[in-house]
Design a protein around this ligand. Structure first.
Ligand code: SF4
Ligand code: FES
Length: 258
């Protein structure tokens, strides 16, 4: 295959970037998208040019590192696929392929196609854990969990924290990411006691990080490589509402107890 790449090159967050064209020949259709970028980088290095900086780690759809916008879509044109699971056979011979970093105010560009996604980590640190003592590991049948609830929690737990939902959203919202995390913990018994404080803390941190508001475009769901449903956002909104409505009651009951 012969293709032409248009790749975003940017030295650092302070300098302006631009799209640079790279024609590339003799690409195997069964090569992965990242292997094709490796081939380009070998060529650039041998010609004394700077290789294109991009993130990757597991290269099997697990870690969420491979964050590229390919022909205008987060993780490229294939549904339910991370960039590292994308193959060159998914593109017609002779294609011109534009590759950009995640675009969001909360994700500043570090270099070329690498962005700083630590804002997502700080949202997790605000409440994405179970801190109550849940005792020794219970005998499995002593705490039955309805299969539909377990399924839902596991669906939410497939989130790999890639940030494609933010990149896909016209408002740069991180609602799908945060909702997946609050749901996978809050639906199960060990995470239930902190369900409402968790949702409040994580939503407030999400706002502090500069992520936008949800306007129900649903682009996050359409471009999420794990096909996580926006139903989780509705659940998070309901939990947030319950948590904030409950606050004055909590305060009143504390005052009357004093
Ligand atoms: S919800 Fe989907 S798109 Fe968003 S971070 Fe998780 S896996 Fe990535
Ligand atoms: S490199 Fe780990 S999900 Fe793509």
């Amino acid at each position: 295959m012969n293709i032409t790449l248009r790749i975003w090159r940017q030295k650092n967050a302070d300098e302006e970037g631009q799209l640079v064209r790279y024609p590339i020949d003799d690409i195997e259709p069964d090569m992965s998208f990242l292997e094709m970028l490796d081939v380009l980088n070998e060529r650039l290095t041998s010609e004394g040019e700077d290789p294109v900086a991009f993130d990757s780690d597991c290269r099997e759809g697990v870690c969420g590192m491979c964050s590229l916008v390919i022909v205008g879509q987060a993780h490229g044109p294939m549904q339910g696929t991370t960039t590292c699971q994308l193959y060159m056979r998914h593109f017609p011979d002779g294609s011109e392929i534009t590759i950009e970093p995640w675009r969001s105010a909360a994700f500043p560009v570090v270099r070329d196609l690498i962005v700083d996604r630590s804002a997502l980590d700080r949202v997790m640190q605000a409440g994405g854990y179970v801190s109550v003592h849940s005792g020794p590991k219970p005998e499995p049948n002593s705490m039955p969990i309805a299969p539909e609830v377990a399924e839902l929690a596991l669906d939410a737990a497939t989130c790999i924290g890639c940030g494609a939902c933010v990149a896909a959203c016209p408002n740069g919202a991180a609602m799908l990411y945060t909702a997946a995390k609050t749901s996978h913990l809050g639906l199960l018994p060990q995470g239930a006691p902190e369900r409402y404080t968790r949702v409040t803390d994580m939503v407030e941190q999400m706002d502090k990080e500069g992520f936008g508001a949800c306007r129900n475009y649903a682009e996050c769901e359409a471009q999420c490589p794990k096909e996580i449903s926006i139903q989780f956002i509705s659940q998070m909104n309901r939990d947030y509402l319950n948590a904030t409505l409950a606050k004055p009651v909590d305060r009143r009951s504390k005052m009357s107890a004093q």
